[in-house]
Design a protein around this ligand. Structure first.
Ligand code: SF4
Length: 229
């Protein structure tokens, strides 16, 4: 899979693909690739790095040195240039910046991507997260619209709320691929959300717990309860 993915990545770039997320990819005439923040293309004061593993540290913090808990948030730091010798190093570096995103795109192009509806993700939660199974549809739809907007996460949310039940509150551009995204010679590797992440699932849990706390506080007390208090 990795070797196939590396070859696919090489081929996408040879056909004109030049970006992923906030990163600009430039093939070098002498071989290898340069990566930089897409908004840094006109800068000549960038700090140069040469190892794929440097991408890991570059992905951790934003321009204000705040930790980035979500790698696909549009908060990638500026000011760096990463020189990579070959497509294998490029694949590794992109995996540090955007974990699994090139592999998911590869699966999508091969028609092998399995999208997991939110209900299925919640239904298999156990332990402290099992509460999330009791999320109501209206709560879930609003929560997804709040968490998965492109301003907060650049992934395209392709899963449904439940089988046959689409997302209704999230803006269409955040739940569909850009038009022509997978046409031959595509320019950009889209970031795909295949399944609710470990930020959204805890938020589902919190929503249920908050509602149930309120319901419990508002429910009339029984005579036994009154006697006990
Ligand atoms: S569920 Fe997917 S789209 Fe939503 S915030 Fe998490 S990673 Fe981003």
């Amino acid at each position: 899979m990795n070797r196939n993915l590396t070859q696919a990545l090489e081929s996408w770039i040879a056909q004109g693909c030049r970006s992923i997320g906030q990163i600009k990819i430039t093939p070098r005439p002498e071989g290898g690739y340069e990566l930089r923040h897409a908004e840094d293309c006109d800068r000549n004061d960038l700090a140069t790095y040469t190892e794929a593993t440097d991408a890991r540290a570059l992905s951790f913090f934003d321009d204000a040195n705040a930790y980035r808990p979500l790698k696909t948030a549009p908060t990638l730091r500026h000011g760096w240039l990463l020189n990579l010798p070959d497509a294998t190093a490029l694949r590794h570096a992109l995996d540090y910046f955007y974990p699994s995103m090139t592999a998911l795109w590869f699966s999508h192009l091969r028609g092998e991507l399995r999208l997991v509806p939110l209900r299925e993700t919640l239904d298999r939660q156990t332990g402290m997260y099992a509460v999330a199974k009791r999320l109501r549809d209206d709560e879930g739809q609003k929560l997804v619209a709040w968490h998965c907007v492109l301003e907060k996460c650049m992934k395209r949310t392709l899963w449904n709320f439940a089988p046959g039940q689409p997302l209704t509150h999230l803006a269409k551009e955040a739940r569909t691929l850009p038009s022509g995204a997978d046409a031959p010679g595509f320019q950009e590797i889209p970031l795909i959300c295949q399944e609710a992440c470990n930020h959204l699932v805890p938020a589902c849990r919190e929503t249920v717990k908050k509602r149930e706390r309120l319901e419990s506080a508002e429910s009339p007390q029984t005579p036994q309860n009154n006697a006990a208090t």
